[in-house]
Write a protein that binds this ligand. Structure first.
Ligand SMILES: [Mg+2]
Length: 266
């Protein structure tokens, strides 16, 4: 383990904020990371809103961050569809997310023959009709591209289902595996590390999701630093059998890990 980390991937939800509240010390931590010149990207699995809306929300909470700092599963899905030559897709994603997928031709009628069904977190918008339309397109030969397959996430009122359980339902119904483009997919992490132009040995992912953030980072050959905020549950460490590189209280501890002078622990 290096004495300090030279480049960072930071999860957003559960790390920088929970609901509409910034995690205590997070705004200051980002300021220090920027001032310290540490390259970073916000590596989110959020598929319920576009990057522009994520950035707006962070700014309202006091973060000096913008859409260009954010890597999202939607951009990875566009990249994958182009690589595979997919022209027509069905989108099972929140309406607002469509701006991040606008380079793809979306077919609106449910159950159509398409090259791929792209599925994100529709939240309360998941209905039998929508899932059944996706199921029928898959039976007609479409590939299932899951923006992410997180099991659950934390809203202010408690834990809620994420996109993963709905991906699993379609996989079960069709006996066909999904291609996951968000975390913990190695392709996502490799693209993020390339973006940072950093030596992977000195890159750390800071996350609250043991499987998507920490497991994904470790599989991609970078450090996975688990925070005790957001969806973190001590029990999950034993259940998942994933050993984070390091466990810290919150993102407020990160500047010190990057050797940034003036941070709380230096
Ligand atoms: Mg998170």
């Amino acid at each position: 383990m290096p004495a300090r980390w030279d480049a960072l991937l930071l999860d957003i939800d559960g790390v920088l904020h929970v609901g509409d509240e910034a995690v205590p010390g997070a705004v200051d931590a980002i300021e220090q990371i920027k001032r310290g010149g540490v390259p970073f990207r916000l590596a989110t699995n959020t598929t319920s809103r576009p990057r522009s809306a994520i950035a707006d929300r962070l700014q309202r909470m006091g973060f000096d961050l913008d859409a260009d700092d954010i890597l999202s599963p939607a951009s990875m899905a566009v990249r994958l569809c182009k690589e595979r030559g997919y022209d027509r897709v069905a989108l099972v994603v929140p309406h607002a997310l469509r701006e991040d997928l606008s380079e793809l031709e979306a077919v609106e009628s449910r159950g159509s023959a398409v090259d791929a069904v792209i599925l994100g977190d529709l939240g309360r918008g998941f209905t039998w009709d929508i899932l059944n339309g996706a199921f029928r397109s898959l039976l007609r030969g479409a590939d299932l591209i899951a923006l992410q397959r997180n099991r659950y996430w934390r809203r202010p009122e408690g834990l809620v289902l994420d996109a993963g359980p709905f991906v699993a339902a379609l996989e079960y119904a069709t006996d066909q595996g999904a291609t996951v483009v968000g975390k913990p997919s190695p392709a996502y992490f490799h693209a993020a590390i390339d973006d940072l132009e950093a030596n992977p040995a000195t890159v750390a992912m800071i996350g609250d999701d043991l499987e998507a953030d920490i497991g994904g980072a470790l599989d991609a050959g970078i450090a996975g630093i688990q925070v005790r905020t957001g969806k973190f549950r001590p029990d999950a460490l034993d259940e998942a059998g994933i050993q984070p590189t390091m466990l810290i209280d919150s993102v407020a501890d990160v500047p010190a890990l990057c050797g940034i002078a003036g941070s709380a622990f230096t």
